[in-house]
Design a protein around this ligand. Structure first.
Ligand code: ADP
Length: 173
């Protein structure tokens, strides 16, 4: 069974097989968690990202972790919140699910997610957490022993409290 873990702090410090980056579609760096990951990983990351030729919203691509403690970075592009009628929920669900599928493909046992789209992209935090956990739950049901641990790394109290309440109701924790 996959362990679900809640962490408060900086995702660039996570010693997991992969950390997930909430990137933009250029994959060439940006603000928020994306900027922090590029700074901590070092310039070689940008070089590898240039070769990927971008990424569509709801999709995911993997690179090495370079100077990070994490071995890999899975870059996914969350949806910009636009009121909820632009398929934001299924797109965010797809981000989480596709990152987990990439973990299986690359035989990664541990992965850490940030709260994708809840920063600059303004996705409502409660709905984002419910969508994230629904994708993770569906994935864990379909692939019960694929991963050892999935961590949710929150950077603000509001997200942390939302995840704490939702995880308390879930069977995996
Ligand atoms: P997006 O454009 O997908 O909204 P952001 O980077 O603006 O991406 O925000 C996504 C989430 O990542 C936000 O909840 C933000 O607080 C959080 N965040 C920012 N920096 C870090 C970090 N170093 N570690 C973990 N989470 C972070």
């Amino acid at each position: 069974m996959t362990q679900l873990t809640l962490v408060m702090g900086d995702i660039t410090k996570m010693q997991t097989d992969a950390i997930v980056n909430a990137a933009n579609s250029s994959l060439l760096g940006g603000g928020g968690v994306d900027g922090a990951i590029h700074r901590a990983a070092g310039g070689e990351l940008l070089h590898e990202c240039r070769l990927l030729a971008g990424c569509k919203t709801g999709e995911a691509k993997i690179t090495k972790g370079y100077n990070l403690p994490a071995k890999h970075i899975i870059h996914t592009v969350g949806p910009v919140w636009n009121g909820g009628s632009k398929k934001e929920e299924p797109l965010l669900y797809g981000c989480y699910y596709k990152c987990l599928e990439l973990c299986v493909k690359h035989k990664l046992a541990t992965v850490a997610f940030p709260n994708i789209s809840t920063g600059i992209y303004h996705f409502p935090k409660q709905l984002a957490a419910e969508t994230a956990l629904s994708a993770v739950n569906d994935f864990c049901e379909a692939h019960p022993d694929a991963l050892r641990e999935i961590s949710f790394v929150c950077f603000d109290d509001e997200n942390y409290n939302i995840y704490q309440s939702l995880l308390a109701e879930m069977p995996h924790t």
